[in-house]
Design a protein around this ligand. Sequence first.
Ligand code: ZN
Ligand code: ZN
Length: 406
Amino acid sequence: MTVDLEALYIDLHRHPELSFQETRTAGVITRHLDALGIEFEEGIGKTGVVGVIRNGDGPVVWLRADMDGLPVREQTGLAYASTARGVDPHGSEVPVMHACGHDMHVAALIGALERLLDAKSEWAGTIVAVFQPAEEYGQGSQAMIADGVLDRFPKPDVVLGQHVTPLAAGTIGVRSGTQMAASDGLTVTLLGRGGHGSRPHSTIDPVVMAAATVMRLQTIVSREVDPRDVAVVTVGAIHAGLKNNIIPAEARLELSLRYPDDKARERVLEKVERIVRAEAEASGAEQQPVIEVLHTLPPTINDIDATARLRLAFDNAFGEDTVIDPGMFTGSEDVSWFARESGAPLVFWFWGGVDPEAFAAATAAETVERDIPTNHSPFFAPVLQPTLDNGVANLVAAAKEFLARP
Ligand code: ZN
Ligand code: ZN
């Protein structure tokens, strides 16, 4: 049987699901694994799927693909654009889109498994295909680990993963050492005192408190972090009030923080807490703000030796001009928990999904930031080909490098 990968990708793209709700996606995956004769288990870490190909003695290579979509209304205009809707953790109905390209990751991994099955005489060892839920919550890999994924399946000798990204199709970006930032997601609840909009003096207005806090938080990166260091403080959500003439009792901020290492993390978290508490005090708040950590992601650190091997394998397979060092990305990933918990080396790389001519034109015009949609944009969609074929080829070349030759 040959999988129609393009049809599979389009089907996944049309039917994105929010984090920890990837039941249809898991069903599509298990149907394909079943058809390929690959043993698998499902429901790991809620909606995760793990497939195993055993091919004699040799190393155990984990290939990981994440599965979840995002609450974004797709505006790509593609014939196969998503019109899906879902219910987010707050109970709100939201549009859903594969705005991060995880559909491409799933399709590429299934394609790679099929190719590796066909080429069993060329390698020996065990391949563990990890279809991970809820990467966008930063919780999926830990949920799979809590569910025993490292004990129930052969432990990895190396963990490999890839992400589609706004580089030109045909380009691979990989970096030895810190490839992606550490990150924390915080919810900050500012507690005021509600009342009538006409009588502000009888209230403690959390809207004004929130506004002052958001502005002051901007000074962490601009005034307190060494300009030679990297840090990001983003307030991605702000919720308060329901009506113009009611001063609400509280406001909620959702923060996304990024830094290269644990030391920087501690410093930035301390500054956030100091500013949040001080602004509440400045507003005369009678109750301390509540700061909750939604998730914590470690930096994604590529093993030096394994990255050198991978780079060489990619150079040999695709030519030396294919691989670039893209620098550290301020995005974050939860893939590295699999490597951290098992003690295995990790290599995580990026592959381009932008039409090379469009990318070259934007580069020449210096309009890449404006014209090339990034992951999480409502306009983000990789060009189907050659992105999909490249994604398959990357995984096959990488897996073969780390598997034994018979
Ligand atoms: Zn994402
Ligand atoms: Zn992603």
